[in-house]
Design a protein around this ligand. Structure first.
Ligand SMILES: O=C[C@H](O)[C@H](O)COP(=O)(O)O
Ligand SMILES: C=C(OP(=O)(O)O)C(=O)O
Length: 450
């Protein structure tokens, strides 16, 4: 593979100077400049050729030939960069992917919200506790989670920590996914710690036995494909902090075009998708596959505007619309967007994020989501596509491999009164492993029925 994308951008980027929402206000601009210069000299985290490969995989998703599974933490944390946490997340995604591939008979494109998901847009600039008001926590890349004045000051050196945390995470992910751990013949091993304790684990075990039998049969017939020994796994995060993303944006010497080498795929969030803003301009200049989150107030003109700005060549795989409207709105709001986008001639990938439109605050003060609402939004998304004859291309979920109690419901039910037991997210509530597997089984059924 030709791997360049190494030359720093020399001219002033076109997105600098445009209004950029949700950026930290650094008190020390000299310190920021020094950090940016340091990052500009750092090696890329991913290669342009890998981004191109993911774009071609996303083209299959857009054309109805594959399904996207994108998942990981709401907010990665520096102190969670450990083999244990990374393995648990990966294991959950591999199990979900095995369920979807086998039970829905569809190739699954696997993308983690991982190795860079350290920055959070917030609804409010400040947080008040017991009469004390401080700047909101905006992710480990910006400030500290701890509720004290010093922690909450935006610190640009955290950008360097984000780079190094992303780099070590990606290194381990590459080792796990290509070094034997993700070999399909390990399909039981991923479940070993889980099978006794969870109904989802037991259901998975049954499926793993069927996969084993199929593999045994293929081997007996003399086929033992190399594809089963490793998986293609890609990284993604929200391209929120433009100082960081710009510093990692490099010119690919094969083509002279720009790639954001901080991740294979980056997305623009619901709060920063202004058509005349810096984030969309940034996304329009890079060649990575791009996601755009679409909330319930997205207009047809906006959706068509994203296509014109980001996908002028109408290239399948370039643009993914990640719909996060809420279970109560998706059936009303999505059809018109899908119809008009399809009529425009663009082939985008449609993906559901059933998390962000279904958050509420429990009486205990915990931000949570009901598993049933998550499922209902996915169902609504599938219904809309079935009605229009278009392809429900995938799911984008906040999940963890840990046994947390952050979302209520699921087969191994979490109740509102359980939330305090293991509520560990730094921002939004994630599905735990059991809920994630439940979701994979239910999505596989929906896909088959489609
Ligand atoms: O993860 C997404 C956003 O950062 C999050 O939903 C914003 O949450 P807030 O409304 O608590 O700021
Ligand atoms: C902030 C996020 O989502 P949204 O932009 O859809 O609110 C997210 O996915 O982390």
């Amino acid at each position: 593979m030709t791997v360049n994308a190494e030359k720093p951008v020399t001219s002033v980027p076109t997105w600098k100077g445009l209004p950029a929402a949700q950026q930290p206000e650094y008190p020390d601009q000299d310190a920021l400049r020094a950090v940016v210069a340091e990052l500009e000299a750092c090696p890329p985290l991913v290669f342009a050729g890998e981004c191109d490969q993911l774009r071609s995989r996303m083209a299959a998703v857009a054309k109805g030939e594959a399904f996207l599974l994108q998942g990981g933490d709401c907010a990665e944390a520096f102190d969670a960069v450990s083999a244990e946490h990374i393995r648990a997340k990966l294991k959950t995604l591999l199990q979900m992917s095995a369920v979807l591939t086998y039970a829905a008979s569809v190739p699954v494109v696997k993308v983690g919200r991982i190795a860079g998901q350290y920055s959070k847009p917030r609804s409010k600039n400040t947080e008040t506790r017991d009469g004390v008001t401080l700047p909101s926590y905006r992710g480990d890349s910006v400030n500290g989670f701890s509720f004290d004045e010093a922690s909450r000051v935006p610190d640009p050196t955290r950008l360097t920590r984000m780079y190094h945390a992303s780099s070590s995470t990606l290194n381990l992910v590459r080792a796990f996914t290509t070094g034997g751990y993700a070999d399909l013949r390990q399909v039981h091993a991923w479940n070993q710690d889980f099978v006794k304790s969870s109904p989802a684990g037991q259901r998975y075990e049954q499926l793993a036995r069927e996969i084993d039998n199929a593999l045994g049969f293929m081997k007996a017939c003399g086929t033992d494909p190399a594809e089963f020994r490793a998986v293609e796994f890609y990284s993604s995060h929200e391209a929120l902090l433009l100082d960081y993303e710009s510093a990692l944006t490099r010119t690919d010497s094969r083509t002279g075009t720009l790639y954001d080498t901080s991740a294979h795929l980056v997305w623009i969030g619901e709060r920063t998708r202004q058509l005349d803003g810096a984030h969309i301009e940034f996304a329009s200049r890079i060649r990575n596959p791009i996601g755009i989150k679409l909330g319930p107030n997205t207009t047809v003109d906006e959706a068509l505007g994203y296509i014109d700005r980001l996908d002028p060549e109408r290239e399948p795989g370039r643009l993914t619309f990640v719909v996060r409207m809420g279970a109560d709105k998706v059936r009303d709001k999505l059809p018109e967007l899908v119809e008009k986008v399809t009529a425009s001639g663009a082939t985008v990938a449609w993906v559901t994020d059933p998390m962000h439109g279904n958050t509420f605050e429990a009486a205990s003060g915990h931000k949570t989501r009901r598993f049933d609402d998550v499922l209902d939004e996915v169902k609504g998304f599938f219904e809309v596509h079935k009605g229009l004859g278009t392809h429900p291309g995938g799911i984008h979920v906040e999940l963890t491999g840990d046994d947390v109690t952050e979302c209520v419901g699921g087969g191994d039910e979490i109740f509102v009164d359980d939330l305090h037991q293991r509520y560990e997210t730094a921002c939004d509530p994630r599905l735990n492993r059991s809920q994630s597997l439940d979701l994979a089984f239910l999505v596989a059924e929906m896909y088959r029925d489609q």
